[in-house]
Ligand binder design. Structure first.
Ligand code: 3EB
Length: 348
């Protein structure tokens, strides 16, 4: 396949099948997330942090490997449970914590404790390694919609995430990373993986949506801490990290029970975010048709409907993978996250 010329030092993302993954070079891999796959450690990969997410892969191959490349030398490390790999300007890291080992106490559920442990260790790593700015965070929580010990588990996660970020001295609104938070099978660990930088990215909000950090309290006593998108500027190019996006306008879920309409509304939200990024970022020319998308489908039977909507909205150039995952509001049937890349002219 003919690929657009890749500028060597800019961040780059590929979604690979097992065979492609096994054939791929390792020299500039910063980090990997596997979906329903095994770590497949091979010569050269031993040092690369690999987040193992157990969400089932829908359609196409059984396994998906999300490979982040940095096009420059990188060094690996570990601090407590966080495995990481870093370049001069950015760091990829991952951590998995089981609820069994996290120990509930009188006031906090095991999920709260596991989340706290993950975020404390992430923040401590970023502070110690001097990459203070979280750019993008992916969160996978078992049984995300289940009510347990008096509240929904997604809300327990939100409380713990917010408390841990506050305790580390980080912002809770405004300058907060792009993120996704999805369900995972029961008994899987809480898995968090992330990208962080030495300099602050530009955070982008969606004019059609209330910022998640301003959601009213009906969605939980502790608001979610994420931006709708984060924009990384490197000398060679721009990367737009689009958070998990759903059929939410204002702060309300729309098109209850209508998967096709939810998918269209979600794509309209993503188009609005891209337009907003192009408006605020000098030199940005992101295109809906050139995204790399990860689509989370609550009910596998909805896959054909969702796929048809994406095909008509995105065309054939976009890269799309489909995973089965529960979404953090019961009434949402689909959620889409995306990464967009755009090269910069050398003299821009
Ligand atoms: C939403 O827009 C849908 O809690 O980190 C999307 C992306 C969602 C990230 C998070 C939640 C999160 O509110 C849910």
């Amino acid at each position: 396949m003919l690929r657009p010329m890749r500028t060597p030092a800019a961040l780059h993302l590929d979604y690979l099948s097992l065979a492609e993954y096994q054939a791929a070079g390792w020299s500039d891999v910063l980090g990997v997330a596997t979906f329903n796959g095994l770590p497949q450690s091979r010569a050269g990969s031993a040092e690369v942090p690999i987040a193992q997410v157990s969400t089932p892969v829908l359609a196409g191959s059984e396994h998906v490997y999300e490979v982040w490349r940095c096009g420059q030398p990188a060094t690996s490390g570990q601090r407590q449970r966080v495995h990481f790999r870093r370049t001069e300007d950015m760091l990829f890291g991952c951590i998995a914590v089981t609820e069994k080992e996290a120990h509930a106490d009188m006031t906090h559920s095991a999920l709260h404790q596991a989340t706290t442990q993950a975020y404390r260790q992430i923040c401590a790593t970023l502070d110690a390694e001097s990459y203070p700015h979280l750019l993008r965070v992916w969160n996978y929580l078992p049984d995300i919609n289940v009510d347990a010990e008096g509240s929904e588990r997604y809300r327990q996660f939100n409380t713990a995430r917010q408390d841990a970020l506050r305790a580390s001295g980080r912002a809770l609104r405004g300058n907060v990373p792009a993120a996704s938070a999805l369900g995972a099978p029961s008994d899987s660990p809480v898995v968090v993986y992330f990208l962080a930088g030495r300099t602050a990215p530009t955070f982008v909000e969606n004019p059609r949506q209330v910022s998640a950090y301003h959601y009213p309290r009906e969605y939980g006593s502790h608001h979610p801490v994420f931006s709708r998108a984060a924009l990384l500027r490197q000398p060679e190019g721009l990367t737009l990290f689009i958070s998990g996006t759903a059929s939410i306008v204002g702060h309300r879920s729309l098109h209850i029970g209508d998967t096709a309409a939810q998918t269209r509304e979600t794509l309209t939200n993503i188009a609005a975010l891209i337009a907003e990024a192009n408006r605020v970022a000098p030199g940005a020319r992101f295109e809906l048709g050139a995204l790399a998308c990860k689509v989370y489908v609550r009910r596998p039977a909805d896959l054909p409907v969702i796929r048809a909507e994406l095909a008509s909205a995105l065309g054939e150039r976009a890269t799309v993978i489909y995973l089965q995952a529960d979404i953090c509001r019961q009434d949402l049937l689909v959620e889409i996250e995306a990464t967009a890349m755009c090269p910069l002219e050398a003299d821009a």
